[in-house]
Design a protein around this ligand. Sequence first.
Ligand code: SF4
Length: 269
Amino acid sequence: MGSEPGRTAAEVRRALRELRYLLTGLQLGGLADWPGSAERIAHNPAVENPTSGGPISLGASPLEAEDPGVAPAPDGEAILKEDPGELLSEVRTEMGDCRRCRLHSARKQIVFGDGSPRARLVFVGEGPGFEEDQQGRPFVGRAGKLLDKMIRSIGLEREDTYICNVVKCRPPGNRTPAQDEMEVCSAFLFRQLKIIAPRVVCALGSCASQTLLGKQKSISLLRGKRHLWHGVSLVCTYHPAYLLRNPAQKAAVWEDLLEIRSILDANAP
Ligand code: SF4
């Protein structure tokens, strides 16, 4: 294989790593039917020419960088990470048998969050569904299984991440949470994020994206851009439940997953 002028060893390693993620996804059987994924990898500017500034390139990304400066965390400061697990427990204790919004009335239990308190990647969904309400854990139904597959496709396990929702109680009939419900409950979400202090937050769907960005734009307009939430990289993508109903969007989600992987690799410990 002839080397291309201007391509550094690090860039070649990065390209090979991206191809490895594709092979991982194919081995899982989860990406073989993702339309366009192989083609997108093959023609990904980050693979072909990492300095050309394609949609999932590293470094000086042409992607729109936005720090909305909204949705402030209650404390206004990053919380030190001495024992994030203990700090999360304190938030959960403070939440108690929460009745701060009307969603408390139909829930079986509060679904606080699940995963590593030191996760470098946090997923934020909308709210618990039936299975989550029953089990007390986020993303354990069909959408959760797809999320697990998405996580594995970029070389991680669910346990490496932290998963939570904007609202912690199941909305009756799985309706979309009301604006006032999200405003009340998101105070807990912001504290979770401040405590964990991940490298990347992935907002799954419109509710999570709009809550974190303080914008009412649709998810199709918010994804594909690089955002910041209080200095933390924020990637918006489609909710796995939406993806189950609209498999044609798998290629777009795959791009978003690669963007997440690129940010993690660029900020490797
Ligand atoms: S959704 Fe959040 S704010 Fe509302 S009752 Fe449940 S825990 Fe409390």
